[in-house]
Design a protein around this ligand. Structure first.
Ligand SMILES: *[C@@H]1O[C@H](CO)[C@@H](O)[C@H](O)[C@H]1NC(C)=O
Ligand SMILES: *[C@@H]1O[C@H](CO)[C@@H](O)[C@H](O)[C@H]1NC(C)=O
Ligand SMILES: CC(=O)N[C@H]1CO[C@H](CO)[C@@H](O)[C@@H]1O
Ligand SMILES: [Cu+2]
Length: 165
C-alpha cells in the first residue's frame, strides 16, 4: 500500500514535469486597485498578459456596498446585462475557482459599472509547453528532447501500472 502510494506520487510528479504543469496561481483581479469602476484598471489589459489555467483562482476585492461580481454568459458580458447571472458574489473578498477550460465572464451588476469598464473576460487555457520559462535553445531540439522523454515517461508509467494494477 505504501509502495503503491509512493509510485502514484512518482507517476504524478513525472506527469507534472512532463506536461510543464505549474503550481496553481492566485490572481487578485486588478492587483492592488481591486475590482473597481473608477477607471484605474483596464481589465482587458490586466488579463491579457496572464496565462490562466485550470486550478487557478481569482480574488475579487471591493467594497460590497458599491460593487458585486456577476458571472455571466457571453451575451451578458457584451451587453452588460446581469439579469440572469451564472453566479453572484457579494462578499467583497470573493475567491472564484477557475475549475474548467474556456471563458469566464464577470461584470459588476451595479448600474453603469459594467459600461464604465468593470468587466473582465478570463480565458482559461490548457497548460502548454511553458510559455513563460526561460528561452529554450531551439524549438526543434526542445521538441525532440520532449518526445524522447515522452516515450521514456510512458514506459515508466506502464511499468508502474503493470506492476501495481
Ligand atoms: C437581459 O437579459 C434578459 C435575459 O437574460 C432579457 O430578458 C432582458 O431583456 C435583457 N435586458 C436587456 C436590457 O437587454
Ligand atoms: C466575507 O466572508 C468572510 C468569510 O466568510 C467574512 O469573514 C467576511 O466578514 C465577509 N465580508 C463581508 C463584507 O460580508
Ligand atoms: C530517454 C531520454 O532521452 N531521456 C532524456 C530526458 O531529458 C534529459 C534532459 O532533461 C536527457 O538528459 C535525457 O537523455
Ligand atoms: Cu461596481
Amino acid at each position: 500500500m505504501a509502495n503503491l502510494r509512493k509510485s502514484m506520487l512518482v507517476v504524478s510528479l513525472l506527469m507534472m514535469a512532463l506536461c510543464g504543469v505549474s503550481m496553481p496561481a492566485v490572481y487578485q483581479v486588478g492587483d492592488s486597485a481591486g475590482w473597481t469602476s473608477m477607471g484605474q484598471v483596464d481589465y482587458q489589459d490586466w488579463a491579457a498578459n496572464k496565462n490562466f489555467h485550470v486550478g487557478d483562482t481569482l480574488v475579487f476585492n471591493y467594497n460590497n456596498q458599491f460593487h458585486n461580481v456577476k458571472q455571466v454568459a457571453h451575451p451578458g458580458f457584451e451587453s452588460c446585462n446581469a439579469t440572469s447571472p451564472i453566479a453572484t458574489y457579494t462578499n467583497g473578498s470573493d475567491t472564484v475557482a477557475l475549475e474548467k477550460l474556456g471563458h469566464f465572464y464577470f461584470i459588476c451588476g451595479y448600474p453603469g459599472h459594467c459600461q464604465a469598464g468593470q468587466k473582465i473576460d478570463i480565458l482559461v487555457a490548457p497548460a502548454t509547453s511553458k510559455p513563460n520559462h526561460a528561452a529554450s535553445p531551439s524549438t526543434s531540439s526542445a521538441s525532440s528532447l520532449y518526445s524522447s522523454n515522452l516515450s521514456w515517461t510512458w514506459g515508466v508509467l506502464g511499468f508502474f501500472l503493470l506492476g501495481f494494477a
